[in-house]
Write a protein that binds this ligand. Structure first.
Ligand code: HGY
Ligand code: MN
Ligand code: MN
Length: 419
């Protein structure tokens, strides 16, 4: 099978161009969903898709599609990822999959290769949970797996509600379902992504063939104690919300370490954000809000740990005579990827003698949502030192090119395959 070669310089040039949008101190990248930087990155993508001569479409949520039509209308093979980032994140988490998919589709177009089905390179809006606590927004809307009620606790640090931002785009409870894409228009979805962990580097493999994706339980814990004078209030009379939060944070670390082994689900738990009020040196914190992220490949372990954390939060509040509120942001189930696509990616690696590792993903991805409506596969490329969500996130350009070249071949195989 004739496989066209990607244009490596163009791929790396466009990846660099995206990475310069939202560039901050120490080479970090911040492109929070619906921020000016994130909107500009999608605008650049639309321009690159137009330059490539693809049929470009942007849906009401802002998801971007660059389509290469086939001789006949048929369910398309999609490939993509996201351009939004965490705060002070790295340059590859997301853009590798978006620009890699664009490079794969435009390479196939330029080669003149006629495929039996259309291809689409995709950028999903709002994959990161960093701004509203809610992850994979655009792909969840496309998969039709959310209602407005799911956004009840999706609020950013400035108090902006996700549902208010969506309604400013004309997306309301009544028309939310119109964002769902008919699964009959999609044959398969692939996502090229950096591993964001140490396995490939440690095992000296070049490609990760992803089998499953860990899913998060995400919720807010709000301790309501009593703001008071830090000088006049005796210790035994205090209702310090931040001290209560401190006990819970330590407990979260302990209970997740109890479930950290492979047989117990490799559970991980993080409190990535905390908000303290009134937040001044001479007042006892009356309110402390934690954002909790618990994940596992094993649904039962994740549920058990999240349940124990919520129980402990209630117990701490009782013991300290204060109130506690537990606000669910989102409950997700771990996702298995499609065996037929896993074997397509494996075959591609085997035929090119590329050393690969079959492995799960600890990080969440848009592929989790797409797997609910269509056969889905993921290709990982190595992260140097396993670091991600950090300005020092790095993947060797050669590995980015290899992953993109394998994506070209995988898309062509998937276009012809019975799936
Ligand atoms: O948070 C995650 O798992 C991913 O980076 N969105
Ligand atoms: Mn990420
Ligand atoms: Mn990502």
């Amino acid at each position: 099978m004739e496989i066209p070669e990607i244009n490596k310089d163009r791929l790396l040039h466009d990846l660099n161009a995206v990475s310069r949008i939202g560039l901050g101190e120490g080479g970090s990248v911040t492109r929070l969903v619906f921020s000016v930087h994130e909107l500009r990155s999608r605008q650049l993508l639309v321009h690159l898709m137009n330059l490539a001569g693809l049929d470009v479409r942007v849906d009401a949520a802002g998801n971007v599609f660059g389509r290469l039509p086939a001789g006949r209308d048929a369910p398309a093979v999609l490939a993509g990822s996201h351009l939004d980032s965490v705060v002070q994140g790295g340059r590859y988490d997301g853009p590798v999959g978006v620009i890699g998919a664009l490079e794969a589709v435009r390479t196939i177009k330029e080669s003149g290769l006629r495929l039996p089905v259309p291809l689409e390179s995709v950028c999903f809006v709002g994959e990161e949970s960093s701004r509203f606590g809610f992850a994979t927004l655009g792909s969840s809307l496309l998969a039709g797996d959310v209602t407005m009620d799911d956004f009840a606790n999706a609020v950013d640090a400035g108090g902006t509600r996700l549902e208010d931002v969506l309604s400013s785009f004309g997306i309301y409870r009544e028309n939310l379902a119109s964002l769902k894409r008919d699964p009959k228009t999609i044959k398969a979805y692939f996502e090229l992504h950096i591993e964001q962990g140490p396995v490939l580097e440690f095992k000296k493999k070049k490609i990760g063939v992803v089998t499953a994706i860990a899913a998060p339980s995400r919720f807010r814990v709000v301790f309501r104690g009593q703001a008071d004078h830090s000088g006049t209030t005796p210790m035994e009379m205090r209702k310090d919300a931040l001290v209560a939060a401190g006990y819970l944070i330590t407990y979260i670390d302990e209970v997740c370490r109890e479930y950290a082994s492979a047989d117990k689900g490799r559970v991980v738990g993080t409190v990535g954000a905390i908000k303290v009020e009134p937040g001044v040196i001479n007042a006892i914190p009356g309110r402390a809000e934690l954002q909790v992220d618990v994940r596992s490949i094993t649904a039962s372990s994740k549920r058990k740990v999240a349940g124990r954390i919520k129980q402990r939060a209630r117990q701490i509040a009782r013991e300290r005579g204060m109130k506690v509120e537990l606000l669910t942001i989102r409950e997700e189930e771990p996702v298995a990827l499609h065996p037929r696509l896993i074997s397509l990616i494996r075959t591609t690696c085997e035929e090119r003698a590329v050393p690969f590792e079959v492995m799960p993903s600890g990080a969440g991805h848009d592929a989790m949502q797409m797997a609910k409506i269509t056969p889905t596969g993921m290709i990982f490329i190595p992260s140097v030192n396993g670091v991600s969500h950090n300005p020092t996130e790095w993947t060797d350009p050669e590995d980015i090119c290899l992953g993109t070249q394998l994506l070209v071949e995988t898309l062509i195989r998937a276009a012809h395959a019975e799936i």
